[in-house]
Design a binder for this molecule. Sequence first.
Ligand SMILES: [Zn+2]
Length: 202
Amino acid sequence: MEEFVAKCQHCGNETVQFVLHHEVKEEFGYDNAGNPHSYIDFLCFAVCKTCNNYSFFSIVDGNEGNEFSLYPLEKSIHVSIPKIVSKAYTEALKVKKVSPTAFLLLIRKTLEVICKHQNAKGKSLKEKIEYLHKEKGMPELILSVANSTRSLGNLSAHASDFEWTNEDAELIDDLCQILIEYVYIIPDKLEKLSKRMEDKMK
Ligand SMILES: [Zn+2]
């Protein structure tokens, strides 16, 4: 493989990555159902043809479309996140490096999708987030995370002369991840843990 198309984590473009060096390694892992299986890991050190920055990719079985950027580390979507939420969040991640303003708008949309999925009641997004806090026991700190994310999304929509940077986008992304972790990932992990405990006690 001399080159492949992948999303560059430096410039955010879906673009040609020219392979400078690669190693092939047989690995063992687990599929989504928890069954062990082996696969071939293509480890590629590549340079982006758009921005000339270097990346390190792992490509499962060497199939294009199966690549994952190890450096810079690409954020992966946890299996417990509902499709509708992961779709909205992935749309946002796609534009993060290209346009921080568009990213913030799509993160606001992701918040709306989370509220909808959680059946939050209220006329505005602010009210819906408040509902999650009051009725679903979302802690005060997570409420602040949701509200900060919402306010910045609002600013992006209304203050067009405001210049957003990649650092702002990263900060908001971190907060959004914390929110998603609280609402979906932690409950999922706790459930898995209690199931394992139950199985062991049988
Ligand atoms: Zn690039």
